[in-house]
Design a protein around this ligand. Structure first.
Ligand SMILES: O=P(O)(O)OP(=O)(O)OP(=O)(O)OC[C@H]1O[C@@H](n2cnc3c(O)ncnc32)[C@H](O)[C@@H]1O
Ligand SMILES: [Mg+2]
Length: 170
């Protein structure tokens, strides 16, 4: 039965699409560009979660989609420190919404001040690490964990949390 299910992922970022493929190996997984309807750089858990849910809802509303998954990266403040945060949402055909968050790590002051000037984390990371398209590869989390936890692996964990909660309800 699951083999017939199709999953739309609300992004073309390979770290997001591949993580969903990894967790749902028997399903057809399609990445599509959708609106997060939040800032390109979300600045709180609430805003990041909202972006993930908006992406998932838009995907689930596609006529042939059986499941929509939204994954959103952002930052959130604890005191005057800034943490990388990530949220995911899964919306099924019955419009049930499942949510889960990913690992958090502290971002250095240099990155924090770049974001406070209105830059996106992805762009700040490319300059900081002197690399191209960090956001589509190891991610900020990969850079700051010395490659031990990469962005796709982090999203894979989030998608497992989503899938498990959804399966529990079936
Ligand atoms: O195409 P989409 O799906 O939008 O993928 P994205 O890489 O822009 O990812 P998000 O919109 O979810 O992330 C919001 C911002 O935070 C950045 N970001 C989040 N997590 C990151 C990470 O681990 N490494 C690099 N950039 C990250 C990202 O580049 C954006 O500027
Ligand atoms: Mg984005």
């Amino acid at each position: 039965m699951h083999a017939m299910l199709k999953i739309y992922v609300g992004s073309q970022n390979p770290t997001k699409v591949e993580s969903v493929k990894h967790v749902f190996p028997d399903m057809e997984v399609v990445g599509m560009e959708v609106e997060s309807k939040v800032a390109a750089q979300p600045f709180s858990d609430e805003e990041t979660l909202e972006g993930a849910i908006n992406r998932a809802r838009e995907c689930a509303s596609q006529s042939k989609a059986h499941i929509g998954v939204g994954l959103e990266g952002g930052v959130m403040e604890i005191g005057d420190e800034l943490y990388l945060c990530n949220w995911g949402a899964l919306v099924d055909k019955k419009e049930n919404v499942y949510t889960a968050s990913g690992a958090r790590i502290l971002l250095p002051d240099e990155v924090k001040s770049g974001l406070e000037k209105g830059k996106e984390l992805g762009d700040v990371m490319d300059v900081y690490a002197d690399k191209h398209e960090v956001r589509k590869n190891e991610g900020a989390i990969g850079i700051f964990t010395n490659g031990l936890v990469q962005r796709e692996e982090m999203f894979t964990h989030v998608v497992k949390l989503l899938k498990g909660q959804w399966e529990y309800d079936q």
